[in-house]
Ligand binder design. Structure first.
Ligand SMILES: [Zn+2]
Length: 350
């Protein structure tokens, strides 16, 4: 496995609308594999691998990570934040962040909630944390903060990529590990019948926005989205609510709140996994969605499914994926691309 590429992708920083650093890395990887690499008005990165007359197949993963922008700078120099994407405030206490300024480089800071410390808490003080409670301390004078930081500057979480046992752990495996699977599957695939269009999408975490324009722009026949999903195989989770388990293989999406995937496409992916001894699990995610939902409904629609990489602790800086699941996703997507065009997923009337 290309661990160094995983490290590079996860250590890059890019919230919705600020995916430049990630786009540059993916463009470098895709350039030798594609023709006509381009961006659209939203910032999606789109390439083409010409086939020999088969269908047009989009393989897509999103580049953006959840993060913040600077909302307000206090007189005292503390920085207040606007979340861009869905955070659980319980995962944010005592973290470290990076403030990416326009003209003064990256400033490191601590992220803490502006509430009384635990040993000063009275019985009537609130104990629940809100996202609005958090502030950044940059460790510099208030005047310097006002000089160097401005409203709208990107703020990202800091956490190193690490190999841990059979797993990898990092910030924003959601969805840089999907970007990794997209790149590695395309590297592995060789010459195929289908025209393959890799799409590195922007602004997924704020509502599948990049995928919406990419879907209209490309209008593919088939779309496979690659994203992380919940692996709830942890203490405190009822077993029926786990969604997936780490190490049980690539997750083939059956349901989420953004799409009902094409049933024939689900079956095809499942058969490919069975015939090629690729470990897989079927995934029903009661809440949450992926970019496949936007592609499914763009223009006159496309046949869509999502191949998910199971992840524990989603939307925290300790997102954890199994190396074997990541490889299973690469193998499944690569084999699908080889077979794309051999099946009809349509609803023909005789
Ligand atoms: Zn995601």
């Amino acid at each position: 496995m290309n661990i160094e590429l995983m490290r590079k992708l996860t250590q890059a920083n890019g919230i919705g609308g600020c995916e430049d650093e990630v786009r540059d890395i993916i463009a470098e990887e895709l350039k030798p594999l594609t023709s006509g690499l381009r961006t659209d008005a939203m910032g999606n990165l789109i390439g083409t691998i010409e086939g020999t007359g088969g269908p047009t197949v989009v393989v897509t993963a999103h580049m953006d990570e959840i993060g913040f922008i600077v909302r307000f700078i206090e007189e005292s120099g503390y920085v207040r934040l606007q979340p861009v994407g869905g955070f659980d405030p319980r995962t944010l206490v005592a973290q470290r962040v990076a403030v990416h300024t326009r003209k003064h480089g990256v400033l490191n800071g601590t992220l803490m909630p502006g509430v009384k410390p635990i040993h000063l808490l009275g019985p009537n003080d609130k104990k629940e944390l809100d996202l609005q409670d958090f502030f950044v301390d940059l460790g510099i004078k208030a005047d310097d903060v006002k000089d160097q930081v401005q409203i709208g500057d990107m703020v990202t979480m800091r956490r190193e990529f690490e190999e841990m046992g059979d797993m990898v752990v990092s910030k924003c495996l959601d969805d840089r590990i999907g970007c990794y699977v997209m790149i590695e599957a395309i590297k592995a695939v060789g010459k195929v019948n289908a025209t393959v269009i890799p799409v590195a999408a922007v602004q997924e975490e704020v509502g599948l926005r990049g995928a919406t324009t990419a879907g209209y722009g490309v209008q593919p026949d088939i779309t496979i989205a690659l994203d992380t999903t919940i692996a709830g195989d942890i203490p405190g989770m009822p077993t029926d609510a786990a969604v997936t388990k780490l190490g049980n293989g690539a997750a083939i999406k059956v349901f989420d709140s953004s799409q009902l995937p094409n049933r024939k496409l689900i079956a095809h992916l499942q058969e490919i996994a069975e015939q090629n001894d690729i470990p897989f699990q079927l995934e029903v995610l009661p809440r949450g969605g992926t970019d496949a939902g936007a592609f499914q409904r763009a223009a006159a629609g496309s046949f869509t499914c999502t191949v998910s990489i199971p992840s524990r602790y989603v939307h925290s800086v300790n997102e954890m994926c199994a190396k074997s699941d990541i490889q299973a996703c690469v193998d499944l997507v690569a084999q699908f691309l080889r077979e794309a065009g051999t099946r009809d997923y349509g609803y023909g009337i005789g």
